[in-house]
Design a protein around this ligand. Structure first.
Ligand code: ADP
Ligand code: MG
Length: 344
């Protein structure tokens, strides 16, 4: 006997999955047109890589309650979920081409979708990275992006390429995002400067680093052929530098008091400054190594990409990470980087 399916009910007042995709996530490609043979709307997107180039692919997921607060601003969230993915391409020295967006949403609300897609697509335009597809489903808010970029074979900035004697560099400044998180969590209340109250100008400046990170794509591209190893700092400098050390089979010495602290963190006491520059998180700066003979080339790459860089230490043949203060005396700090499964 044939199965009787119920008649399809259609509620025109509610945004359907396909309305939502076409209204907020479907656009004619504005850049990389030669690479995007087919975008949103079919079973797959089709990408045509430049002949002879390697595709660089990375995925990062943002989960409500884990990576962002339940009341997070939708525009900033749109920016941040793409920024953290572009930061991985930057750390590889790859040029962004396109990305896909897998989105679980509790409800299809224009008030959330409009600012979310504006924040997302504004950053996409800045970096000429086209949205070519994705998936949309109902569920707890969860945003997963996969980015596709291109790199010349042999020129990707890998984690396993640091060499003993290399300088260690970092871009921009560290720790302001972690400082903002401390204020949100009401941590260290008696140790932070009183002008860091929620809503104060200083707090908002630090919070902007947390909510709207700037992926260092131009610097990553400029460092190709100059830097040996690179990584982007998402879980704190010592943890992420630790990945380079492990993969490269080397150690390092870091000059802790020459780490570039964020403008607001710089106004805090030394213990907090040291802690948040070394083991903050959410910095999305690049940490990279290059031979000392490339110092001028590194500075020229920084200037060409309008990104500040600071030399913060040296790669050693001996394994392990050694921390030094301004007088080169050893520092013994108890620090750990972020780990999702060892943190509640
Ligand atoms: P499928 O049934 O193959 O999973 P969907 O019906 O989920 O396809 O999606 C229809 C089209 O819309 C596909 O081209 C898909 O890539 C695209 N798409 C779905 N969700 C999104 C999104 N959030 N952003 C961009 N494109 C999307
Ligand atoms: Mg689908």
């Amino acid at each position: 006997m044939p199965v009787q399916y119920p008649a399809i009910r259609y509620n025109p007042s509610m945004l359907s999955e396909f309305d939502l995709i076409s209204r907020y996530f479907t656009r004619t490609a504005r850049s990389n047109i030669e690479h995007i043979a087919l975008g949103v709307g079919d079973d797959c997107a089709l990408l045509t890589p430049t002949a002879g180039m390697q595709l660089a692919i990375s995925t990062d997921m943002l989960v409500e309650g884990r990576h962002f607060f339940p009341d997070a601003d939708a525009f900033s969230l749109g920016h941040k979920c793409l920024a953290v993915n572009l930061s991985d391409l930057a750390a590889m020295g790859a040029r962004p081409l396109a990305f896909t967006l897998a989105l679980a949403l509790p409800a299809a609300r224009d008030e959330w979708l409009a600012p979310f897609s504006s924040g997302l697509l504004a950053l996409a335009d800045t970096h000429h990275c086209e949205l070519i597809g994705g998936d949309t489903t109902k569920g707890p808010l969860n945003i997963c992006i996969t980015v596709f970029g291109e790199t010349l074979p042999g020129q990707a900035l890998r984690r396993d390429a640091a060499q003993a004697g290399d300088d260690i560099w970092v871009s921009g400044t560290l720790g302001d995002a972690r400082l903002a998180l401390a204020v949100y969590r009401q941590e260290l209340c008696d140790q932070l400067n009183p002008d860091l109250q929620p809503g104060s100008e200083n707090f908002l400046l630090a919070a902007a680093r947390m909510h709207q990170p700037s992926p260092r794509v131009a610097l990553g591209l400029a460092l190709r052929g100059i830097a040996h190893a690179a990584i982007d700092i998402s879980d704190g400098l010592i943890g992420d530098l630790g990945h380079i050390l492990k993969r490269s089979g080397v150690g390092a010495t870091l000059a802790v008091d020459s780490l570039p602290a964020g403008a607001i963190l710089n106004q805090q006491q030394q213990t907090i400054r040291r802690h948040f520059t070394l083991a903050g998180g959410d910095d999305y700066e690049l940490c990279f190594t290059a031979t000392a003979s490339q110092r001028d080339a590194v500075l020229a790459a920084a200037q060409a990409s309008a990104t500040a860089v600071t030399r913060i230490g040296t790669i050693d043949a001996a394994p392990g990470l050694r921390l030094q203060d301004a007088s080169l005396a050893p520092l013994n700090l108890q620090l750990s980087s972020f780990d999702h499964f060892q943190t509640t």
